[in-house]
Every structure is written in C-alpha cells, then in structure tokens.
Design a protein around this ligand. Structure first.
Ligand SMILES: [Zn+2]
Length: 436
C-alpha cells in the first residue's frame, strides 16, 4: 500500500500544472487545455496559448501521449529550449486497447532487464522536477502483475506499476544526477545504470578484471634461516633446506597463477632479519609469508601445522616457538620489545589473522586429501620479530615438526613439498579473493 501511495505521489507531484490525483482528471485537464488552446489561437492571446500549451504538454506526458508538436509551439512562444533528451521514437497508438496487453517480466534490477512482448511499444522520457531526476519508460500494451518499488543502486530508485489499463510505467529516479543507457531489442528492454557517486554498484567488474586486479599483488616469500643459521635440525633434516625447497615451489606455483613474487633468499646463505623485512617493504609487498619448521625435543610425538600471525598476545606455546625463531636474530636484542609491540598496527594484525586462517585451513584441507594423520594445530598469535618490521599482512608458517619422525620424513619428500606449496598458494588466493 505504501508503494501505491508513493507511486501516486510521484505521478501527481511530477507534473506541476496538472495537480489531479487520478488519471481521468488529468485527461479532463488535458482535453480542456486543448479547447482552451484553440480558443487562445482564435483570440490571438499569447499568454492563454502558453498556459494551455503547458497543461497539454505536462498532462499529455503523464498520459503517455505524443505532445512533441505542442512542445514545439510552446518553445516558439516562450523561446525556451525543448529538452533534447525527450525522444519520441514511436508514433502514438491510436487505439491501444484494441491490442491485448501481455505481462512484462523483470529479469534483473541492475542492470535493469525487462522481458517484453513483440507487440509492446516503449516510450522514453526524462524529467527534472523538484530536485529529482526522472527517467521514465512507458511500455504500451503491457501489464505488470505487481507494483515494484525498489532501491537499486546507492542513489537510484525504481518504481514500476500499471499506469493505465494498457500501459506500464517504469520510473527511475534519483536526487543525484545519473545516466542510463538503454536498448530495446529482441523483446528485451535493457537499461544500464550509471550511478556516478558509487561506481561499484553500477557495473560489476568482470571476473577477469577482478582476477587481474588481485593477481597484480606482490608476495614476498621468506624461507627462514639459511647459511650459518641452520634453524632446527632433527631426524637428519635441516630446517633451512626444507623451507627453501617449499619456498621455491611456492614461488613457482604463485608465479604460474600470475602473481609477482620475490624471495628473501634463493639459496643457502644467511640473511639478516632486518634485511628480510626491509626487502619486503622496499618491494611494496602486499603479503609476507615466512616459512619455518618446528622442533619439540621434549615430545617427539608432537606434530602438526601451525600458522602464526604477529601479535603482542603471548601464550606459553607461542612464546616457546617465538623464542626458538627469534634466537637467531641477535641484532634485535637492543630493541625494547614491549614498546615495539605496543605500536603494532591493529588493522595489520586483523588482516594477518585472516590470512593465517585461510592458509591454515587450505593446508589442512589439501594435505588431508593425500596423507593420513595431518594434525591441525591452528592459528596462533605470537611475537615473531621477523614479522615486526613488515608493513603488510604477514604470517609465519611452522610447516611441521622435524622432531616427529613421520613429519620429518614427509617434509623432505619432494611431492609432499610440492603439495604443501600448492596448498599455501590456495590459502593465499582465498584470502586475497575475500579481502581485496
Ligand atoms: Zn625457523
């Protein structure tokens, strides 16, 4: 009911000189104005001509009649420009009721797509009244089964309703300027909306463009340790070797998918912590992925995957791992740790947490397709110094426990490393898709 009143309100407030509520009254005013116009011509009264013509034009438009002749006369008398954007593509239909009206069907709202019948005729007009811009499509020989009143973009509203027994009026209106493109072909009325203020509502970028956009992302892979710094060693496996292999496979996988990738080290050499983070910042990296292996000598049964994101939050377990990973970076001992952690960027922590969750989830999901006993140790916050210096969302992945025999064996296996890298790439990609 509210929509009906709104619709009547629009119809009646749109057109100043025919303030009638019902369409039959509008028609009365229109007919009287025509008689007045003839009288005014006979009287050669210019003012009366203008008044009558204004009524004819305004009410005629409401009624869907072709009033272009009267508009031209009015223009001649008032020297006002007739709006160019009021095309009259179709001749007025003399006996519209003779044709049987069929129902239109709204297929989509943005872009607005309406299914028509071949007998239907469309007339388009645009109006600027009381600070609102109206784009009106009158569809003749048409019916609509229900009134539609809908906000279809940030600023553009749609009302579609039965305007006359044989005519459906589709009104797009906004307080702000907006453009449309429309075509009436193959039994479809297609209207593309250009709502300037919020472009993302008007035209969704194609999937390819979307992919292109996030695939321009720069990812820095940071294989931990290297050179004189072996990282953890257990079961004859060295952390620095494993993380470099997985890192190189991850680089290949991400490059294959179209990302820009840099690595903090490409071989077995030592790289300072500060050099790693400076490297990532210098390359304007969007993401920073640090790769490591875990060690827990107290219990060799402990195994599993853990993804850490930088946070001042400290749990005992996280602290233990952080101590292990941080121990190589003596240069940071002079830094007042508490002060640095207090200045962490909250948004970066949130983004890092999100990325950590996507990566962790994808690793567990993908590896479980091929291997038994893949243990999910979850996503954890930890004060890793390698992540402190980075300015982008950053995570530190503990790929597995070298102290666990099964995991050490798997981690040095090439196909496990490749599948691992692919799973990390899936995680990065799902994070990027969700958080563009
Ligand atoms: Zn490590």
């Amino acid at each position: 009911m509210r929509f009906l009143l709104l619709f009547i309100f629009i119809i009646t407030t749109l057109f100043g000189s025919c303030n009638s509520v019902s369409l039959s009254k509008t028609y009365q005013i229109y007919s009287t104005a025509k008689q007045d116009y003839i009288k005014a011509i006979l009287d050669e009264n210019r003012n009366k001509k203008v008044i009558a013509l204004k009524k004819i034009v305004d009410c005629g438009k409401v009624l869907g009649f072709n009033v272009s002749k009267y508009e031209i006369q009015l223009k001649k008398l008032t020297n006002k420009k007739v709006k160019k954007n009021t095309p009259h593509k179709y001749k007025p239909i003399k006996n519209p009721l003779k044709l049987e009206s069929k129902y239109i069907k709204v297929i989509s709202y943005n872009p607005l797509k309406i299914k028509l019948n071949s007998k239907m005729r469309v007339k388009y007009l645009t109006l600027n009244r009381k600070g609102k811009l109206y784009k009106i499509f009158d569809i003749y020989n048409a019916k609509i089964n229900r009134k539609i009143s809908k906000k279809i973009t940030q600023n553009i509203y749609l009302i579609a309703a039965q305007n006359m027994p044989n005519k459906v009026r589709v009104v797009l209106y906004s307080r702000k300027k907006f453009k449309i493109k429309y075509s009436n072909k193959h039994k479809y009325l297609n209207i593309t909306l250009f709502d300037k203020s919020i472009p993302k509502y008007t035209k969704m970028p194609k999937i390819k463009e979307k992919l292109k956009k996030y695939k321009q992302k720069i990812i820095v892979i940071d294989p931990g340790h290297g050179g004189k710094d072996y990282g953890g060693i257990a079961n004859g496996v060295r952390e620095k070797d494993i993380v470099l292999r997985i890192g190189l496979y991850l680089r290949d996988e991400l490059k294959r998918r179209g990302y820009k990738v840099y690595m903090t080290r490409y071989g077995d050499y030592f790289v300072k912590l500060s050099t790693r983070t400076k490297f990532a910042n210098r390359h304007n990296a969007d993401l920073f992925i640090s790769l490591h292996c875990n060690i827990f000598r107290d219990n060799p049964n402990i195994k599993g995957v853990t993804t850490y994101y930088l946070s001042p939050a400290r749990t005992k377990r996280a602290e233990r791992v952080a101590k292990l990973e941080n121990s190589a970076f003596r240069e940071l001992k002079s830094i007042n740790q508490k002060v640095v952690l207090n200045f962490l960027n909250k948004n970066r922590i949130i983004q890092s947490d999100k990325m950590a969750m996507d990566i962790q989830r994808n690793i567990i999901f993908n590896l479980r397709k091929y291997y038994k006993n893949i243990e999910d140790r979850g996503v954890r916050p930890a004060p890793f110094w390698v992540l402190v210096g980075t300015q982008m969302p950053s995570i530190l992945l503990e790929t597995g426990f070298l102290t666990n025999k099964l995991e050490a064996k798997r981690l040095k296996n090439r196909s496990y490393q490749k599948r691992y890298a692919k799973a990390i790439a899936d995680g990065i990609e799902s994070y990027l898709i969700k958080n563009q």
